[in-house]
Design a protein around this ligand. Structure first.
Ligand code: SF4
Length: 371
């Protein structure tokens, strides 16, 4: 097992900071003072924007989440604004970022944070919903220059390559935390953590690391092997389950469209969607849609023409949505497998938070209705 000595760590953190001062990602808005300049060592930053950014960054890259963060800070510029918002309003701002339970947990955490000083300890942040050790460490080091390590996916990858670690990082978390901690420059934790993230995001990237531009090349065991992409070692990947989902866009005689809100628990909890469900073996897609709408909403429909087919990959499964226009025939829609159902005008669909696949269905439906 590789050992990172104190001397190694000092050499590595020094070269990393020298590289970062010239090549790091500058101008990240939540890392700046309101005046737009970087804080001095003794200056704190407001944790609110940092906390929102760190939660968005848990599953999403910086260049993708940045416009969402900017919009969020316009709509909910303070903790008090977030507390005053409804969960539906919060979900609407989160729409498109995925992993929607993060929005619900942010909203819950806001209720716990309001009216008291911002937590200054790991334990204080980790007691909040949706905050793990790396998010807490990142918030505290960014806001208060606290001497706490981080270990996100980027940092794990860089450290696994630096040491050519023989096992998946997830199997040796304690060791990886100890490496990240050893690299902390106690006078500049805010900078070293940002530098580590920047190195992983811009140089030591998953598929094509730019070793020729890397400050750690002289010490990197993966580079010395000649094939750095062999690290991080992974467990053999399981094949992804694949399912076909029949979806009904049910239109009433008044021209309104039926949507339902998913239960809070589980994947995409609380999001709105068009009703439907899994196709069973030997079932046509039309029969699947008619059955699902009967089972989940208690209505009878005529399944009409196909609106679209689209594929969507989640982290653990791939789905193919086959979407048909349906005419409502009978039965009052009941939320038998959802929180609530609602008839809405097509032009009002954009006021509801839908997962990514459903937003494509809305676009297609609105185009069709204007033809
Ligand atoms: S030398 Fe290459 S593999 Fe090693 S840390 Fe740098 S970019 Fe990553």
């Amino acid at each position: 097992m590789p050992v990172l000595t104190k001397a190694d760590a000092v050499t590595l953190s020094t070269s990393l900071l020298v590289w970062w001062e010239r090549h790091g990602r500058g101008g990240i808005p939540w890392k700046l003072l309101p005046s737009g300049v970087s804080p001095a060592l003794g200056q704190d930053l407001n944790p609110y924007g940092i906390w929102i950014a760190e939660v968005m960054l848990q599953q999403t890259q910086l260049n993708v989440m940045l416009p969402y963060w900017k919009r969020w800070m316009t709509v909910f510029p303070t903790l008090e604004n977030l507390v005053a918002a409804s969960l539906d309003e919060v979900r609407l701002q989160w729409q498109g970022l995925g992993y929607y339970s993060r929005a619900r947990r942010l909203h819950e955490a806001a209720q716990l944070l309001v009216g008291r000083p911002w937590p200054r300890t790991l334990e204080g942040w980790m007691a909040l919903p949706g905050i793990g050790r790396t998010t807490a460490g990142s918030i505290l080091s960014s806001a208060f220059n606290a001497s706490l390590p981080i270990l996100d996916g980027n940092v794990k990858r860089v450290l696994a390559r630096l040491t050519a670690h023989a096992r998946p990082p997830a199997r040796d978390e304690a060791l990886f935390w100890s490496w990240s901690e050893a690299l902390l420059d106690p006078s500049r934790p805010r900078d070293i953590n940002q530098a580590l993230m920047d190195l992983g995001a811009t140089i030591c990237t998953p598929r094509s690391p730019s070793c020729e531009r890397c400050p750690w090349q002289p010490q990197c065991a993966a580079y010395a092997s000649g094939d750095p992409c062999r690290w991080p070692v992974t467990d053999a990947t399981k094949s992804m389950p694949f399912q076909v989902i029949g979806v009904g866009v049910v239109i009433s005689s008044a021209g309104t469209v039926l949507i339902d809100q998913r239960l809070e628990e589980g994947l995409l909890g609380g999001m709105w969607e068009f009703p439907g469900g899994k196709q069973e073996l030997g079932e046509t897609i039309q029969a699947c849609i008619a059955r699902e709408l009967k089972e989940e909403l208690g209505i009878a429909v005529t399944v009409g023409e196909e609106l679209m087919t689209l594929e969507h990959a989640y982290s653990h499964k791939k789905l193919r949505f086959v979407v048909h226009i349906c005419n409502w025939e009978s039965g009052d829609p009941q939320p038998l497998a959802s929180q609530q159902v609602r008839w809405v005008r097509p032009e009002d669909l954009r006021n509801y938070a839908f997962p990514a696949a459903n937003t494509k269905i809305i676009e297609s439906l609105l185009i069709k209705l204007t033809q």
